[in-house]
Design a protein around this ligand. Structure first.
Ligand code: C2E
Ligand code: CA
Ligand code: CA
Length: 723
């Protein structure tokens, strides 16, 4: 039997050598710290957790967890003395140790020990996969066994195997028994369970599927370890040097003599079932091949735990670690900070990619120095960083945050500023994504202010955020249930004082009759691109109205707003035309409003789309003119029909005589370009008269009529002439 499995044992040795050298490599940095110099800590370890932590034949502590602690000790000034936790060890005895090497809950007899103490950040993660007998269709899998382990989230299993019932096991032995007895189809697999499969009485090939779950190994701290000492150890773990890791993985393999241990381990179990061992070498090799693939895969994943540019954690790792830290947190104990560099995209585009990277590197140093006591620091993407720290530490350090000088990179005329959003974790049981969302929300609020900003998340922000989320989660059903209602705001011809048109403006009237205005949801819908559905919906509703009111509507033109996102749709012209055709609506009865800001970001593309719509026969209005930075001069190459002067620009201008001259010039210039002029936000008769005198063609505003429901607009159309 031993001969038969020689190959596999060699492979096994290779695998464990790989893991161990990887772990040994993970701690490259030498840490020195006066206060803990020379201190020796007592560490309890479990004697039956092969290959993670176990007792050798000579009674010595062995295993991967132990190797890791040795590394921590080697690259710092602290020492560890190991003591076995045996079957009879009581919780009280175990608590006498300064630390426990690791606590994974998958050992057979440690269930009640050290459950509630502080832990370090993760120093090693054991990859998990689901394994079962080959040939199962996943839809048919009905029983899956997993350890009763708190970090395991069952969702992944349900995603993979929708009909599976999940059974939780307290011990590996019980899981093994049921798996072998065929009571469960699939089982969670680790490198430990792999051994179980090697011993198993299975006559079919095994299939294995990787999950994104891992079992993290962490040092468990007793109450004797101060938070400063914990921070120190976490720092050693967190600041692993990736280059050294990679280098040592390649160059340095530590001799494990695992074959011996492996055999010993096998003998341990042989008393039970080894006699009927009918595993073929093929099966074993397949299993081990899968295992090796897992290890490589894991290695790749491991590299992605760290961000190359900054050395910080990645988003995935940040979420993983924060969840664990917050598991036992008290309300308000921790704070999450979301930080970014203002206009980073601009820096990247205007200078160079390298400049952008250098800005990020410097900013990441600012974060490290500004928040030296941060527990987790990560770069989420681009210039967005997340930091987790104790609230008290944040309060101590928040006034000392310094931004580097970037003038050597971006010159003296441009300033690099940061925005930070601060969220105090009031309820640690909230979803991680909610907490991060709150920190991000606070950060985005600061964007409205020029310069460096730090904004703390408030109750009022929470209200707005909740409205936002409610809007986003209800938008689909709202459209289906016709909760979006088109309102119509009349446009008045200033020469003959009659209604010549209307603008279609959307309102969200919820089931409980609450009216939500477009300013609240349009920016959200533009972000998630839902706006195109909404714009097309409005366009269709307008067509239905015109169709329905054909005889009475005369030459009244209804304008519809097109978001830039809708405008840039590939076949927007065909889409709109086909809706017009469906209701047989003449194209001159509708007008499309495109906002000025569209031209700022995507001039070329927008011009091209506008020109397509023009060729299809649509009338195009430039909305919000004067709100942005464009001048008529810039816009003269765009094929437009109508210019809508922005309401804010108008009210500012009409208040002073100089402004009136500006408006007059705009009107004259627009006239010379053959554009029709609409003034928005006309609230008084005086403004209407001034505009009429200046030659403005059309007025729209509260003075003549607010946006109104369709029934009211139909009544409004009956008014023949205004003053
Ligand atoms: P907008 O296109 O500039 O629409 C004019 C806005 O000015 C409307 O706000 C209107 O109610 C308001 N307004 C009209 N007259 C006056 C006035 O005399 N004084 C003042 N202070 N305001 C006046 P509303 O309806 O809240 O819409 C806000 C924005 O939402 C619109 O600005 C438009 O950009 C967007 N929007 C509305 N409906 C749609 C739509 O169906 N699709 C898209 N993409 N955007 C829409
Ligand atoms: Ca508009
Ligand atoms: Ca407008």
């Amino acid at each position: 039997m031993i001969k038969k499995n020689n190959k596999s044992i060699i492979l096994m040795v290779l695998v464990f050598t790989l893991i161990s050298s990887f772990i040994v490599a993970s701690f490259g940095n030498i840490y020195a710290n006066e206060s803990w110099e020379g201190k020796t800590y007592t560490v309890g370890y479990f004697t039956n957790g092969f290959p993670l932590q176990y007792m050798s034949d000579d009674g010595d502590p062995e295993g991967l967890a132990i190797e890791i602690l040795d590394c921590i000790s080697e690259c710092s000034d602290i020492n560890f003395e190991y003591y076995p936790i045996l079957k009879g060890t009581t919780e009280e005895e175990a608590n006498n140790f300064d630390m426990i090497a690791s606590f994974t809950q998958i050992n057979d007899y440690n269930n009640n020990i050290y459950l509630h103490n502080d832990r370090s950040i993760t120093y090693y993660e054991i990859p998990l996969f689901l394994s079962g007998v080959y040939g199962f269709d996943f839809d048919e899998v009905t029983k899956v066994g997993i350890f009763d382990y708190k970090y395991l989230d069952e969702q992944q299993i349900h995603d993979l195997m929708p009909n599976a019932e999940v059974y939780r096991y307290k011990t590996i032995d019980d899981l093994e028994k049921d798996f072998l007895a065929g009571k469960i189809d699939f089982a969670f697999t680790t490198n430990i369970i792999m051994q179980m499969l090697l011993r198993a009485d299975v006559d079919n090939t095994i299939q294995s599927y990787p999950l994104t779950l891992t079992i993290p190994l962490e040092i468990v701290f007793s109450d004797k370890i101060t938070s400063e000492e914990q921070d120190y150890i976490n720092d050693i773990i967190a600041n692993r040097d990736q280059d050294i890791i990679n280098k040592i993985i390649l160059e340095n393999s530590k001799d494990y003599s695992l074959d011996e241990k492996f055999l010993r381990e096998k003998e341990l179990y042989s008393s039970k079932e080894m006699t009927r061992n009918i595993i073929t070498t093929t099966i074993v090799i397949i299993i081990i091949a899968i295992f090796i693939v897992q290890i490589y895969k894991y290695h790749l994943e491991k590299v992605t735990f760290f961000d190359k540019t900054t050395g910080f954690y990645t988003e995935y790792k940040f979420y993983l670690e924060s969840k664990k830290i917050l598991l036992n947190a008290k309300p308000d104990e921790f704070t999450i900070i979301s930080a970014d560099v203002d206009n980073f995209k601009y820096i990247n585009e205007m200078y160079s990619f390298n400049t952008g990277t250098e800005v990020l590197t410097r900013f990441s140093k600012n974060i490290r120095q500004g928040y030296p006591k941060a527990i987790l620091v990560s770069r989420i993407h681009a210039d967005n960083f997340l930091i987790l720290m104790k609230t008290a530490e944040y309060q101590n350090s928040k006034d000392n945050f310094n931004m580097s000088d970037f003038s050597d990179l971006v010159g003296d005329s441009y300033h690099v500023y940061y925005s930070q959003g601060v969220f105090v974790v009031d309820d640690p049981e909230q979803l991680m994504s909610t907490m991060v969302d709150c920190a991000n929300f606070a950060r985005s609020v600061g964007k409205d202010t020029y310069g460096n900003t730090v904004v703390e998340f408030t109750d009022e922000m929470n209200r707005v955020r909740e409205v936002k989320n409610r809007i986003l989660s209800n938008m689909e059903s709202a459209l289906k249930d016709k909760e979006f209602e088109v309102f119509y705001q009349p446009k008045i011809d200033l020469q003959n004082k009659t209604t010549c048109g209307a603008e279609a403006l959307i309102r969200w009237v919820t089931k409980n009759k609450q009216m939500i205005f477009p300013d609240e949801f349009i920016p959200l819908f533009e972000k998630n691109r839902y706006i195109t559905k909404l714009d097309l919906y409005v366009f269709r509703e307008v067509c239905i109205f015109i169709d329905d009111y054909r005889d009475k509507i005369g030459n009244v033109v209804i304008s519809v707003n097109l978001s830039t996102i809708t405008l840039l749709l590939d076949k927007i012209d065909e889409m709109l035309i086909s809706i017009l055709k469906e209701y047989n609506i003449p194209i001159n009865l509708v007008e499309l409003e495109v906002t000025e800001s569209a031209f700022v970001d995507n001039l070329e593309l927008v011009m091209q789309q506008v020109s397509r719509l023009k060729s299809a026969g649509f009338t195009i209005a430039l909305d919000d003119f004067g709100s942005g930075i464009s001048s008529l001069n810039q816009l003269k190459n765009i094929e437009l029909d109508v210019l809508k002067i922005d309401k804010a620009f108008l009210s500012d201008s009409l208040e002073e005589s100089k402004g009136v001259v500006v408006i007059e010039n705009v009107i004259n210039l627009a006239k010379s370009l053959n554009l029709k002029i609409v003034a928005e936000g006309v609230e008084t008769l005086e403004s209407a008269n001034v505009l009429a005198d200046l030659g403005c063609d059309i007025a729209q505003g509260y003075y003549y009529g607010r946006p109104m429901k369709l029934v009211d607009f139909k009544e409004f159309l009956k008014i023949e002439k205004f003053d």
